[in-house]
Every structure is written in C-alpha cells, then in structure tokens.
Ligand binder design. Structure first.
Ligand code: HEM
Length: 478
C-alpha cells in the first residue's frame, strides 16, 4: 500500500501547529519509565508521517507491525498530530479497550466532527448513551430486513443505469454512488436521481471536512464542509416537516423508511425527536456508513476478480437463490439467510482490507495496563492491523480463505472490522445487507477482470485502489 501524499504533510503540519498553539500538556506527575515503550518522533508532528505511510514505514499496518516487533507486541507509545498515543495491540489490547468503555476510556473523534454536527453529544455523556440506544433501535435487524426488497430494487436500478451495456467501469466511484442511492432511499425515501446527485455532491464535501484542519475560516475544508452540512440539513428539515404532515394524514407509511421510524420514536424522556435531532442523526449515519460500505464493496469486487474459484462458489450460491424465485421477484430476508458462503467471503475481504483501520479512545483517568502507566487524556488506538494478518490467529494469513468464518469463526477479539464493545459499529446489519444485496446482483449479472492486475492500494484515509479499480465487464447469462 502507499499513501496519497500531495497535501498530506502540509495538513499534518498545520494540525500539529494548531494543537501546539492551543494546547499545553503536562506529564510532570508521571514517572517516564512507567510509560509504554516506544518513541515520540519529531517535535510537534511526532510520527504522523510514518503512521500515514509517507516515511520509512510505508503504511499504517507496517508502522504498527514494526513497532510491535521493536517495542512490544502488547502496547507501544507514539505521538501523532501532537497527541500522545498508546497503541493497544492484539486480542488482549482490543478486549481491554472495548470492555472498559466509559470506565477507563471513552471514544474520541476528530474535533472537526463536532463542528460539522454540533448536536453530536460528547462521547461519555448521558445524551451520547441515549443517542446510541436510539441509533441501535433504528438500525435493528427486524426493521432493516423489511427493507431487503427495496435494497434489491436500488441495486438493480443502479446496475441497469451504470453497469449494463458497458465494457469497462470504474468500481470505486460506482460503489459510492450505489451506497449513496441506497442510503437516501432507505433513510428518507428520496430516489429522484437529480435530488440524489445534489445531496450526494454536498455530502462528498461534508466528508472532506471530517478529517481536516479544525479551523473554520472561509476557504478551509472544514468551512466548506460545515456549509455543505447546513445545506443538507435544510433540505432534510423540509423532508421531515412534510413527512410529519403526511404521516398525520396517512399519506406516508410508518414503516416506509428509517425517517418514519425516527419521526414516530420517543427518546428516553418520552419526547419525540426534534427535526434538528432527526436531521443530524441521518447525517451521522450516512457519514459513518457511506465510505466504509463503498470500500468494502470495492475490495469485494477486487478479490472476486483475482480469485475465480471464489467467484464461482459465490455465483453458485447466488444462482440457487435466483432459481428459487419467480421471474421479477425481489430478494427478501429469507434469501439473505441463504447467503452464508457469500457473507463469509465478505468477512474475509474485511479481514484483509478492513475499511476502518482502527479508531481512537481517550483515557478518562490515569490507569495501569500491562505494568505501564497510561496518563489521563492520552489517546488510545486499536487497529485490526494488529491481529487480522497475524499467523497466530489466522494461519497462513495472506491466503484468502472464507472457511475461517465457518463454525465458531475467529477467536474473540481477533477479528474486529466493526470494532467492539459498547461502541461497536451500530451499522453492522445495514452494512451486511448492503453488501450482500449488491453481491447477489453483481455476480448473477456479470463477471469481470481487473484492468491493472497490480493496481496499488492507497490509504485516503480508507484503503482504496489507487486508480479506482477499473474493470472489464462481461455480462453473465442466467
Ligand atoms: C463495511 C461497512 C462498515 C464498517 C467496516 C464499519 C466499521 C465501523 C467501526 C470500526 C466503527 C468504530 C467502532 C469502535 O470504535 O469500536 C464504526 C462506528 C460507527 N459506525 Fe460503522 N462501519 C460500517 C458501516 C456502517 C454503516 C452502514 C452505518 C450506518 C448505517 C454505520 C454507522 C456507524 C456509527 C453511527 C458509528 C459510531 C458508533 C459510536 O460511536 O457509538 N457504520 N463503524
């Protein structure tokens, strides 16, 4: 893998400088010999360049592996973006962070996010807990499974418009436009292509600001992102207002999409959610779910192109489902249950190419882990990269082997593409349906080959093929 580095170093420098100007830390009360082993790198920028893959290390995975080898396979210290970081490694590290949420650690997101979604509650507040409960309610399997037919419709329409009658396509942007189309349809029943395109364009601007210098001045990515988020919010407010009226007049269904569920749901205090709350929740869900699912679909297509025997097995399973249905009949939740092999394939894709490299927590207090002191305020990082390709947990780790997920599957805390513990991704079931419905449609209609067999992978900040994964397409006959 390599990194898109054009403006990255400037961005890192400015982030670091911003932190430097506005923050002042003291570790005076901590015995330095008790801190985890590691190094802090350059003044201000620490080891950020190496972490992001621009220095010797090459990429974040190598950054982690090198330091696990040099310092400790359990925990090491580094410094990124002027933050002191402890990287917790292996299943024990994952377990520790995941099971100490709101006891010793709390989640930590880039500060830009709070500017883009100001109503996003502070991580360990009661409001955050209540918001998480609500998100889990809106994304619960029973609700989502009732949307499988609608998802199938979106996937079919997308393939018809963007893939059929083409001899070549560029996968990554198409995967993004499919996941956007799906999200607007399932969340708010918007399916007019012009409206979808307008909202999706604005959303791409929002996404650019999430990992950006946290300075809100005209012209900065964050400023553009905040303005784009306001545009989407305004649009959503109108949709929500209209939906409330339509629900009252029985012109809309209480179960037609996630918006109807949100409008009719009360929070812990028995209050209906405000329009502003609903709009922000939809923003957060699309922000968290869009690029991740697009990256998973892109890598799925990449691996299926490289591994014809896996493609054949997936197609066999999906064709059984096609044969069991009447012509034109859409997929339903029973069909999803039949896609066991296909889901194992998707899991193996996310083992080798986890869409999220890892996330941060923050130490709520000084505590001790593996004999080392972790000072309050330090940022703590976990990453699937410490276990996913480790031969101890995944024998012959470079081999693509979906059977790893049969039976009990991988050992606890070794396979973590969706994180874990109370903050585990609430979108996991949505992502599963999104990926499987797409997989069903694509393998039953096409086979394909990569145009660049050795296309590199870049981290941007999610892993993606450097050229967007162009492929040659051939239609499949039923
Ligand atoms: C393949 C697709 C996806 C992957 C790999 C993924 C992965 C993750 C990971 C690793 C986290 C952080 C967990 C932690 O820190 O322990 C996360 C958080 C989150 N994800 Fe996903 N995700 C995916 C799709 C989705 C979708 C489709 C949605 C929404 C529909 C979603 C909504 C969220 C939200 C709201 C959070 C924040 C949860 C919190 O802070 O409590 N994700 N996801």
């Amino acid at each position: 893998m390599e990194i898109n580095f054009t403006t990255l170093s400037m961005v890192i420098f400015l982030i670091a400088l911003t932190f430097k100007l506005f923050r002042n830390k003291s570790l005076s009360s901590i015995d330095p010999s008790k801190l985890p082993p590691g190094r802090t790198g350059w003044p201000i920028i620490g080891e950020s360049l190496d972490f992001l893959g621009t220095g010797r290390s090459g990429h974040p995975e190598k950054f982690i592996n090198d330091r696990m080898h040099t310092f400790s396979s359990q925990i090491f210290r580094t410094s990124l973006f002027y933050e002191s970081i402890a990287v917790f490694c292996g299943p024990m590290g994952n377990k520790f962070l995941f099971s100490n949420e709101n006891k010793l650690v709390t989640s930590w997101w880039p500060r830009s996010l709070y500017k883009i979604v100001p109503s996003q509650p502070v991580a360990n507040s009661p409001e955050a807990m209540s918001m998480r409960k609500l998100l889990l309610r809106f994304l619960k399997p029973e609700t989502l499974h009732s949307f499988v037919g609608a998802m199938d419709c979106v996937a079919k329409q997308h393939l018809k418009t963007c893939w059929e009658n083409k001899s070549q396509v560029l996968v990554y942007p198409l995967a993004k436009s499919y996941t956007f189309a799906l999200a607007w349809k399932l969340f708010v029943s918007i399916d007019d292509p012009i409206e979808v395109a307008k909202l999706s364009d604005a959303f791409s601007v929002v996404l650019c600001g999430v990992i950006s210098i946290p300075i809100d001045l005209p012209g900065t990515s964050l400023n553009k992102s905040i303005r784009a988020a306001n545009f989407i919010r305004k649009h959503l407010h109108e949709v929500i207002k209209k939906r409330k009226i339509d629900l009252e007049n029985k012109k809309a269904s209480p179960t037609q999409d996630i918006l109807s569920h949100m409008v009719l749901t009360c929070d812990d205090n028995g209050q209906f959610l405000s329009e502003a709350d609903i709009a922000d929740k939809i923003l957060v869900l699309i922000l968290a779910g869009h690029d991740t699912a697009s990256a998973a679909i892109t890598f799925l297509i990449k691996y299926l192109a490289e591994l014809p025997h896996i493609y054949n097995e997936v197609r066999k399973e999906q064709m059984e489902i096609v044969k069991s249905k009447a012509p034109g009949e859409l997929l339903n939740s029973e069909d999803i249950k039949m896609m066991k092999y296909s889901w194992n394939v998707a899991c193996e894709v996310m083992r080798l190419a986890p869409p999220v490299q890892g996330t941060f927590r923050e130490a709520m207090t000084d505590f001790t882990y593996q004999g080392h002191t972790i000072p309050k305020g330090w940022k703590l990082y976990w990453s699937g990269n410490t276990t996913h390709r480790n031969a101890k947990y995944f024998p012959d780790p470079e081999r693509f082997d979906p059977s790893r997920f049969e039976g009990n599957g991988p050992a606890p805390y070794t396979y973590v593409p969706f994180g874990g513990g109370p903050r585990m991704c609430p979108g996991i079931e949505y992502a599963k349906l999104d990926i499987l419905v797409f997989m069903h449609n694509i393998v039953t209609k096409f086979k394909w080959e990569k145009i660049y067999p050795d296309e590199k992978i870049v981290i941007d900040p999610l892993p993606i093929p450097a050229k967007g994964l162009p492929i040659r397409l051939q239609p499949q006959v039923y």
